[in-house]
Design a protein around this ligand. Structure first.
Ligand SMILES: CC(C)(COP(=O)(O)OP(=O)(O)OC[C@H]1O[C@@H](n2cnc3c(N)ncnc32)[C@H](O)[C@@H]1OP(=O)(O)O)[C@@H](O)C(=O)NCCC(=O)NCCS
Length: 127
């Protein structure tokens, strides 16, 4: 990723977050941390797929939950997907959970079962 792209992504996240950019053989990732260390998320995509982008490892410390931090990071994911011109957004979560309901309220829908973990599902959103 070039410096301009990195700067634009950092601007989308704002000053309360730090980005760590990783380049792998298979693709790229952005590891995001709240500057006080109380929230994390990861965005990644594969080199051989220009349309799709993924979101995982969302975690907000219990001390600051239910204050909109998770919502902020999910919105940042959508905005970064838009900036990177990715049309297809994926994430996975526990089936029949409030997180599943929340993601669906935010525009995601069931895609398939997530075979790596029991009772988890892939959710998809087309931007
Ligand atoms: C899931 C998680 C990231 C949510 O973070 P958060 O900052 O508390 O989320 P927000 O305050 O932005 O709330 C998001 C929505 O979930 C709802 N919500 C939050 N906590 C909830 C709970 N315990 N039970 C039911 N609904 C809940 C909120 O009401 C809000 O809904 P709305 O947008 O319709 O108003 C956080 O609970 C967490 O880190 N959990 C442990 C790790 C985990 O499960 N990660 C997700 C993997 S898919």
């Amino acid at each position: 990723m070039g410096d301009i792209e990195k700067l634009a992504i950092q601007n989308i996240l704002g000053n309360d977050y730090i980005c760590h950019f990783v380049e792998n053989d298979w693709g790229k990732e952005i590891r995001i941390m709240k500057t006080d260390g109380l929230a994390f998320a990861r965005i990644y995509w594969e080199n051989d797929d220009n349309d799709t982008i993924y979101f995982n490892m969302l975690n907000v410390d219990e001390s600051i939950r239910k204050q909109g931090v998770g919502t902020y990071l999910l919105s940042a994911f959508k905005n970064i997907a838009k900036y990177l011109l990715r049309q297809i957004l994926f994430l996975w979560c526990k089936k029949d959970s409030w997180m599943n309901d929340w993601y669906c309220r935010c525009g995601f829908t069931y895609y398939s079962d997530y075979f790596q973990e029991d009772n988890h599902v892939w959710l998809k959103m087309i931007r």
